[in-house]
Design a protein around this ligand. Structure first.
Ligand SMILES: Cc1cc2nc3c(=O)[nH]c(=O)nc-3n(C[C@H](O)[C@H](O)[C@H](O)COP(=O)(O)OP(=O)(O)OC[C@H]3O[C@@H](n4cnc5c(N)ncnc54)[C@H](O)[C@@H]3O)c2cc1C
Length: 296
């Protein structure tokens, strides 16, 4: 069933696998996609008062959704809450539903520098805030000025970067707060130079990562002082498989869905990889991928 209520697209029983880059996962009981911030604002108190559990979805590129799905409401921040606009001479306002690919197209065309590091990250800017997304070139927290978003009480709040607890690949946002836009410091630069930097990062990623196969990116956080991919490789775990899930031969920290993998296959493979790395190096790998619908 699909419907539209006051600027919200509402669908029931929606397979989440289609909305994640892993292409794995059962249905969400309800999927709500706001068409603008105002519609989201008006929806927040009724949603809170309903008592239904809520999860916030961006591009689903850091998620492992359970085979049973999620028996609650998924609030999807998509391209309707997207867009890139200069705000003064040295700031860019970017909608939370904007994909990095769109941000990169903008900065290359218009000549803005400071966000090139996001080249190749397949998520939205809202997801980038929650995960402090980053690459060798930098991370989201570096040039962020502030975020704007809506709390469960329907109030719009700006939060300064200095009040956000960014750590490696994580930022604990206030409970139930949905990011609607982001403000970044950025400078002007020759568009050709920006494009050169972006293309350099993209070429590196094409060489080092299995970008085109369904995955959720790096499964494990890098332990202090080393890389999880390197430990997995050195433990001889590349190519290990459970059902339709396999550890990538290209990058040991990627698990690939060969087409028919279940969330259960992925979890069992994660356990095997963890056990192998623990046995070989005494290191306990921590998950970077977020798990949805596993009841914990
Ligand atoms: C091929 C591949 C390569 C990748 N490479 C990188 C990389 O180089 N660096 C890196 O850091 N990550 C990488 N990732 C992981 C992923 O792209 C990032 O974590 C990304 O920031 C997730 O954004 P998303 O929009 O997909 O968020 P989702 O996966 O949809 O959600 C992730 C988390 O963010 C929260 N969230 C999403 N939107 C909002 C919002 N508007 N308000 C509040 N909370 C929100 C969700 O609730 C969830 O907890 C890669 C993934 C893949 C598949």
């Amino acid at each position: 069933m699909t419907g539209e209520i006051a600027g919200l697209k509402v669908r029931v029983d929606v397979p989440l696998g289609r909305l994640t880059t892993f292409k794995i996962g059962g249905p969400a009981a309800i999927l709500v996609t706001p068409e603008n911030e105002d519609a989201l604002r008006r929806a927040m108190t009724p949603i809170r008062d309903s008592g239904i559990p809520v999860l916030i979805l961006g591009n689903g590129s850091n998620l492992l959704v359970s085979d049973a799905g999620f028996p609650g409401l998924v609030l999807r921040v998509g391209s309707a809450l997207g867009g890139v606009e200069p705000e003064g001479p040295d700031r860019l306002r970017i909608g939370a539903g904007t994909l990095w690919s769109r941000v990169l197209r903008f900065v290359m065309a218009e000549g803005w520098t400071g966000l090139e590091f996001g080249a190749g990250i397949p998520g939205t800017l809202g997801g980038a805030i929650a995960t402090n997304a980053g690459t060798r070139g930098g991370e989201t927290a570096d040039s962020l000025v502030s975020i704007r978003g809506v709390g469960p009480d329907g109030e719009v709040r700006e939060i300064a970067r200095t009040d956000l607890p960014f750590v490696y690949r994580r930022c604990e946002l206030p409970e139930g707060y949905v990011v609607t836009s982001t403000l970044f410091a950025a400078g002007r630069e020759d568009p050709e130079k920006v494009a050169e930097t972006v293309r350099g990062y993209q070429a590196e990623r094409r060489r080092d990562q299995p970008e085109r196969e369904p995955s959720a990116g790096c499964v494990f956080k890098n332990p202090p002082g080393t890389s999880a991919g390197k430990l997995i490789d050195q433990a001889g775990l590349k190519g290990s498989a459970v059902g339709g899930a396999i550890v990538s031969e290209v990058h040991g920290n990627f698990i690939i869905n060969r087409g028919e993998a279940t969330a259960d296959d992925v979890l069992r493979l994660i356990d095997q990889v963890r056990a192998g790395v623990r046995r070989e190096f005494g290191v306990e790998l921590e998950l970077e991928v977020r798990r949805w619908g596993f009841g914990d």
